[in-house]
Design a protein around this ligand. Structure first.
Ligand SMILES: [Zn+2]
Ligand SMILES: [Zn+2]
Length: 888
């Protein structure tokens, strides 16, 4: 049996997070609290963690994910549900390969020099280190996920799931290999999906180029933003309804630079208003042209090598880089008098999301998933409510994307990832798709076969993550019990990349939705609202932050004010406030513990004897618990946190503890506040635990030790508080709210009149309905507001015997403070008189200035305005000073 770590008998004066966090995490781990027990009688709560990329360290976005998921997980676990939070890491295909290639470059090596096998070994070694770092960092954040189930996308199980899903889709005709225009990144040397392309509006040029007709002396002019692609033109197209070109459709032109003869064709896709109305057709390098070529049977001529230099089809330009070639062609065209004009032109240019290189659209043979038939059930699942997306506004975004979905290019020309399970026969030319490595051709039996060199898009394996981590394609107990999962919590920025595809693949592979709720959190921005980025230097490292402020403070700051779909600004003030909150709790608990007598074992709450303040705090606690339950059910974790904070900091620490201190000090026969103090504190700690797991555990264990009770071994397996109807007491709330309001108003008055802290002020309190309930709090008001005497007049008239008094009208009472009890009247009169004189002189000066015609006409308008504004402000102040003096 694991013993709970000891806590000191006397609590240290200050909270030092670094001293307690690791101790408790280790304890939780050893006790096996993170592992769920399968109980067929109970419905489990399941979250599959979005697997961080195995590309280095966690950033603050991961910390937000971890915090929100841990809040949900701890909360459900404390509610007694078998709770599984399954952690994992993604191999992050292209992103990870880029990082390791950069490391290699530092050693003067390329992956090709190393070879596929050696390179992959290197990747595995590197990935192993990163996975350890990521796990260690997650543990520092206090995550309560089941580490015994940690998965990596390239693990055996998920890899078999990938092959099974691929084979299944292929056999259904939903995966195909075809030549299409894809997005090619010349730097990464791979195809990437539409989603991985960043479109940027760039100012470029539109060049007008003349193509000579093959017969006669005529020309046809076309416009292009990429003149180098002229080399790949296989036609010039015009709109069939364009009268200007009717006569020349069917004729031929001579392609400049390479002198190839190409036809003039007609196609509806040509926009007569673009450029000259005639466009060049480059089928191998433009998606629209590709379709025109398919329709009209035009040939495809690829002019680029994989690294975006010109290939053998580029004639004299072979070997040039694409942008050097552009300049070379332009100067040749100019020389030949074929360049008509240049216009500045702003257009959208695709960039690789990973490396920001300009993407080339290239016709290429790749693997695709036919998305249209798969999107249908995924649309229905959201429309009929089987899946709810929070916040709701993203439902529309999701549906819109799904309804306009395009085929998904899933092959990548990389080495790091799931290799495509397809083998090509060198004898019969057929292909074999297999789950286990194929040994021979399925068609002719030949063993002369070769596996496709490409790997699958990383998101292909991520799309299976909800079921592949639970054992699919096998029918396992885990899959039966934990699938479908409960909540998919992730950032809204990967709604399409990941969430949508998980819904598609979950439904396709298992026929049920992979989760019931999608919770999308916002992005974390800096205090000015700017996105965090390495370039801006405003990145907050979560580990540095938790070392500075404590893990709980970081978690608190991240969940503070959080609401689904909204970005949050993580200002240092939030972190400081959260750290202060942890300290406040520490001090409060320390006070409670020190107040418990050493032999105290009687903690029973005698409800029928409780004074109003006890009934008030218990009522407020119960209300807070019930609000928190509703808010958490509605995924409003930020607001739930706010209510817990407000209760603990405000009502419990600032007021109830102060009331209790008075009782503890009083010599007479008073019911001890200790049982209620302990009860309210212990319950609140459990309420707060999902947000601040470490400090609540440490404080709770301190309480437990002092009370030697039969409590569970850890707060994290104690029950989450439930509201008690019998505790709700509207009368007690009304009375105590009035008492607090009275104390606060007197304190405010003291502050306003700068009353010395040693001075007692007199207060008269009148309340029509609550006076008899407030009178017992006379001593409390005296002590906490430094008011003496406190008088309770019988009527409103009787309440104001002196003219010179400050009257404060509160919700259910009036507080009257004679001015002379706060200030030295004569001195105050003198002070006001002095200030009035000073202001009057200044007003007169301004009046004279503003009345001066020369100033009005000569001074700049802004200066005149400023003086006028000053005049108004001062006149107003003067008026108020006079009133104050009059009152005195
Ligand atoms: Zn790239
Ligand atoms: Zn064969």
């Amino acid at each position: 049996m694991t013993e709970a770590p000891s806590v000191q008998y006397e609590m240290p004066k200050a909270y030092e997070p670094g001293k307690v966090e690791q101790k408790w995490y280790k304890f939780w781990l050893e006790k096996g609290y993170f592992k769920p027990k399968i109980d067929p009688e109970k419905k489990p709560f399941v979250i599959i963690m979005p697997p961080p990329n195995v590309t280095g360290e966690l950033h603050v976005g991961h910390a937000l994910t971890a915090t929100l998921e841990d809040i949900m997980t701890r909360w459900h676990r404390m509610k007694g549900e078998p709770t599984l939070w399954l952690p994992g890491v993604d191999h992050a295909g292209i992103a990870a390969q880029v990082v390791v290639e950069q490391l290699l470059a530092g050693e003067g090596l390329t992956r090709h020099q190393l070879g596929r096998e050696k390179f992959t070994e290197r990747m595995w070694q590197w990935a192993k280190d990163c996975r350890q770092t990521i796990a260690r960092q997650h543990q520092r954040l206090g995550v309560s996920c089941d580490w015994s189930r940690e998965c990596f996308t390239l693990d055996e199980g998920p890899s078999r799931a990938v092959r099974t899903a691929f084979a299944h889709l292929y056999n259904k005709g939903l995966i195909y290999r075809g030549e299409r225009i894809i997005n090619w990144c010349p730097r990464c040397a791979t195809a990437i999906s539409d989603l991985e392309v960043d479109h940027k509006e760039l100012s470029g040029h539109l060049w007008y180029v003349r193509y000579p007709l093959a017969e006669g002396n005529q020309f046809i002019t076309v416009a292009t933003t990429r003149p180098e692609t002229i080399l790949g033109d296989t036609a010039v197209a015009v709109n069939p309804n364009d009268e200007r070109f009717k006569a020349i459709v069917g004729k031929e032109v001579i392609l400049p630079a390479v002198n190839r003869v190409i036809p003039i064709v007609a196609d509806e896709a040509v926009d007569p208003s673009f450029g000259t109305g005639a466009v060049k057709i480059t089928p191998a390098h433009d998606p629209v042209d590709f379709e025109v070529a398919q329709r009209l049977g035009l040939p495809l001529i690829n002019i680029l090598n994989p690294d975006a230099t010109m290939n053998e089809n580029a004639g004299p330009y072979i070997g040039l880089d694409r942008f050097t070639c552009r300049q070379a062609i332009l100067s040749d065209l100019e020389k030949d008098g074929l360049l008509v004009k240049v216009e500045p032109y702003t257009h959208s240019v695709g960039h690789c999301q990973r490396c920001q290189t300009v993407i080339e659209p290239i016709a290429s043979k790749q693997w695709f998933i036919k998305m249209l038939p798969l999107a249908k059930p995924a649309i229905e699942a959201v429309l009929d409510g089987r899946i709810a997306i929070i916040p709701q506004r993203f439902t529309k975004v999701y549906l819109n994307w799904m309804e306009n979905i395009r085929d998904w290019c899933i092959s990548r020309q990389l080495w790091w990832g799931h290799r495509i399970p397809v083998w090509y026969c060198q004898d019969c030319g057929e292909l074999t798709v297999a789950i286990e490595d194929a040994k021979s051709c399925r068609h002719c039996g030949s063993t002369n076969i070769e596996q496709d060199p490409d790997v699958l898009d990383t998101w292909f394996s991520s799309a299976l993550w909800t079921h592949s981590t639970l054992g699919w394609p096998d029918d396992t107990e885990n899959l039966r019990y934990f699938y479908p999962t409960s909540v998919m919590e992730t950032g809204y920025d990967i709604l399409f990349f990941w969430v949508a595809r998980m819904i598609v693949m979950g439904l396709e592979d298992t026929s049920v939705v992979p989760f019931h709720t999608v919770y999308l959190h916002g992005l974390i921005r800096d205090e000015k609202g700017e996105k965090m980025s390495k370039i801006k230097g405003n990145v907050l490292n979560p580990i540095d932050t938790l070392e500075k402020y404590g893990t709980d403070a970081l978690r608190m700051a991240l969940s503070m004010g959080t609401s689904p779909g909204n970005d949050i600004k993580l200002a240092p003030s939030r972190l400081e406030a959260s750290r202060n909150f942890a300290n406040k709790l520490w001090n409060a608990t320390r006070f409670v513990i020190r107040s418990i007598e050493p032999d105290r074992s009687d903690m029973e709450i005698r409800w029928h004897l409780l004074p109003v303040e006890d009934r008030w705090i218990l009522s407020r606690l119960s209300r807070t618990i019930s609000n928190v339950a509703n808010l958490m059910d509605g995924f409003q974790f930020g607001e739930a946190q706010r209510q817990i904070n407000d209760f603990l900091w405000g009502e419990f620490c600032d007021w109830y503890i102060e009331f209790a201190k008075i009782r503890l000090r009083s010599a007479g026969e008073v019911l001890s506040p200790i049982p209620v103090l302990v009860y309210a504190l212990e319950t609140s700690l459990r309420l707060l635990h999902p947000y601040m797991p470490f400090v609540t555990e440490e404080l709770w264990q301190n309480l437990k030790q002092r009370l030697s009770s039969e409590w569970p071994d850890s707060i994290m397996v104690a029950a989450y508080p439930e509201a008690e109807d019998k505790a709700i007491d509207p009368h007690a709330e009304r009375v105590m709210e009035s008492v607090i309001e009275i104390i606060r108003s007197i304190r405010n008055a003291r502050a306003q009149y700068r009353v010395e802290s040693s001075r007692w002020v007199e207060a008269q309190i009148y309340s029509k309905q609550l006076v008899s309930a407030i009178i017992p709090y006379s001593e409390t008001i005296q002590t906490l507001a430094r008011a003496r005497p406190v008088i309770f007049p019988d009527s409103r008239q009787e309440a104001q015997p002196r003219e010179n008094a400050l009257v404060m009208v509160l919700k259910e009472s009036e507080v009257i403070i004679p001015m002379e009890s706060m200030i030295d009247l004569e001195a105050e009169r003198q002070r006001l008189q002095d200030e009035i004189e000073k202001s009057q002189a200044e007003v007169a000066r301004l009046e004279a200035r503003l009345g001066d015609g020369a100033f009005q006409t000569r001074a700049p308008a802004a200066v005149v305005d400023k003086e006028r504004q000053k005049f108004y402000t001062l006149t107003d102040k003067l008026e108020r000073l006079k009133q104050q003096l009059f009152k005195l």
